[in-house]
Design a protein around this ligand. Structure first.
Ligand SMILES: [Mg+2]
Length: 290
């Protein structure tokens, strides 16, 4: 199958298709002059520029290995935290600090908790309590503690909600390529979500490292004997999915999620020579490349 496509590069070498999935062509793909373009992504992700129009074979050969992120790539995750945090801030109802200032405090506590205790709901519960204690006077009563715990519990009680196109796309990808789930965090929580998602059968392997840093990618490549030239990391986080994978010589596909956790924001790195960095709008867009 052949397509006309606009090859678009950012300073990071991001490539994305034109007018895919029947949607209007994003305005930034039509702007003709480098330096006068609106940002390709949010300001956090860098700016894009149009390169040239090309016609090319669009699918990579079968037999690629696709390392696929889970939270906010396969299923919704961060929006539940955002809802819980909004409820927490309303409950705190601080008389001096604005909602934004309380959120800043919580972000700082979460950063430290992740460093000490890893990702996951246990860390989040601790962060809420610590933040509450640091912004109020006196000990937290059992009733208040229970209420704060209920905000985190609302996340644990969520059904798994697959993102658009995931259920239809995974079996097609799995028929052509090797899929390995690679999600960081608390292993028990992540494996439980995967079991409840109904998509486990499409993956030949599942990896849950504590952090998705270059060392974790190198370990997975060694374990599965993956060649960097045919291995791709696919996910929504510049910090955990794209940049460390590129640093290890892998290709990467960025799927922007509008509610990516602020602690995952980072400027996309440039794709080194010989490596690919693609962007697709939704998970189903992967079928245009793979
Ligand atoms: Mg993610």
């Amino acid at each position: 199958m052949r397509h006309d496509l606009w090859s678009v590069a950012t300073e990071s070498g991001v490539k994305r298709r034109r007018g895919w999935r029947g949607r209007p062509t994003p305005h930034y793909l039509l702007a003709p002059v480098r330096g006068e373009l609106p940002p390709l992504f949010d300001a956090n992700y860098g700016a894009g520029t149009l390169l040239n129009k090309v016609t090319t074979e669009t699918h990579f050969a079968p037999g690629q290995t696709l390392l696929i992120d889970a939270d906010d790539t396969l299923w919704e995750n961060n929006i539940y935290f955002e809802h819980a945090i909004a409820a927490f801030i309303s409950y705190l109802d601080h008389k001096e600090y604005t909602r934004e200032e309380v959120r800043e405090r919580l972000n700082a506590v979460e950063r430290e908790n992740v460093r000490l205790h890893g990702y996951g709901l246990t860390s989040f519960r601790r962060a809420l309590v610590t933040c509450f204690e640091s912004l109020t006077t006196g000990p937290i009563s059992p009733a208040k503690h229970e209420r704060i715990m209920s905000f985190a519990q609302s996340i644990a009680d969520q059904e798994i909600e697959l993102l658009e196109g995931v259920a239809e796309t995974l079996p097609v990808l799995a028929s052509r390529h090797k899929l390995i789930l690679m999600t960081k965090g608390n292993q028990v929580e992540q494996l439980d979500k995967l079991a409840r998602s109904g998509v486990r059968e499409h993956f030949t392997g599942v990896e849950v490292p504590r952090e998705k840093d270059p060392g974790a990618y190198r370990e997975v490549c060694a374990k599965y004997e993956l060649g960097p030239g045919t291995t791709w990391m696919i996910g929504n986080s510049p910090k955990s999915d794209i940049n460390p994978a590129l640093a290890c010589g892998l290709h990467a596909v960025f799927i922007h999620h509008p509610h990516t956790w602020v602690l995952e924001h980072e400027v996309l790195d440039a794709a080194p020579a010989g490596q690919q960095l693609l962007e697709v709008e939704t998970f189903g867009g992967l079928l245009e490349w793979f």
